[in-house]
Design a protein around this ligand. Structure first.
Ligand SMILES: [Zn+2]
Length: 237
């Protein structure tokens, strides 16, 4: 059974009516979900599931194969039950702002210094990202902050599309962000495009425009060994 991942098409859907497809202890899979499972540096959503005669908190969400498993704290519904799911929107929207902030960061660092990302991670409103940069340019943190602020002020739209793998592997922006690492079995690549700034193969949830990010502060830049610089950011209102 495959879980339909509604957040891939609309990150603003907060609730879902779904059918329980499997139950394993305190975990359930659903035929469709709005709960984002941990992946791509973005932590999972939390929220609630309710159904006639029961309710539970969703405390963890993981994707295993084609299924999304929701770990429950509370009652557990039976297979076949119809449930209503609702994500904690404050947490999710903060993660959307933070994830988009990281893509803006990737875009400005690529355009200014021409170096790629080597890794990253985020929590709601805080994140870190590593770049293949050596040595650290003079005034790096302040310059990054200034460039990011300009992109936020430009209010660039963010578009999500699905392109055939054969097309995606020829797209220069996607090659740069290592589209080749997407498993061969994936026929369609999901592309998140901050129009005019940054295009990436990405499975995460994003806001609709850069202005919605709010503000970004560079909290710290540090060296993580030769040719690897870590940038820590904070997303603020
Ligand atoms: Zn991403």
């Amino acid at each position: 059974m495959t879980t339909d991942l509604l957040f891939l098409r609309d990150a603003y859907e907060r609730s879902v009516r779904a059918v329980v497809t499997h139950v394993d202890g305190v975990r359930v899979t659903l035929d469709r979900t709005v709960f984002y499972p941990t992946g791509g540096g973005q932590p999972h959503d939390t929220g609630t599931l309710t159904w006639p005669g029961g309710a539970a908190r969703v405390t963890e969400v993981r994707k295993e194969g084609a299924d999304v498993w929701h770990t429950l704290d509370g009652d557990v519904p039976a297979p076949g039950a119809e449930v209503a799911g609702e994500i904690d929107w404050d947490r999710r929207h903060r993660l959307m702002r933070t994830h988009t902030a990281l893509h803006v960061l990737c875009g400005v660092i690529w355009h200014e210094w021409g170096v790629p990302v080597t890794g990253g991670n985020m929590e709601p409103l805080t994140a870190r990202m590593d770049f293949e940069l050596d040595p650290t340019p003079e005034g790096f943190g302040a310059r990054v902050e200034q460039l990011v602020a300009a992109e936020i002020a430009a209010d660039r739209p963010i578009e999500v599309s699905f392109v055939p793998r054969s097309e995606a592997v020829l797209d220069e922006a996607l090659i740069r962000t290592k589209v080749s690492l997407v498993p061969e079995s994936v026929a369609e690549i999901r592309v998140v495009d901050i129009v005019g700034l940054d295009r990436q193969a990405d499975g995460g949830t994003h806001v609709r425009s850069t202005a919605e990010v709010g503000g970004v502060r560079v909290v710290k830049t540090e060296s993580k060994g030769k040719g690897n610089k870590r940038v820590r950011i904070e997303v603020v209102d």
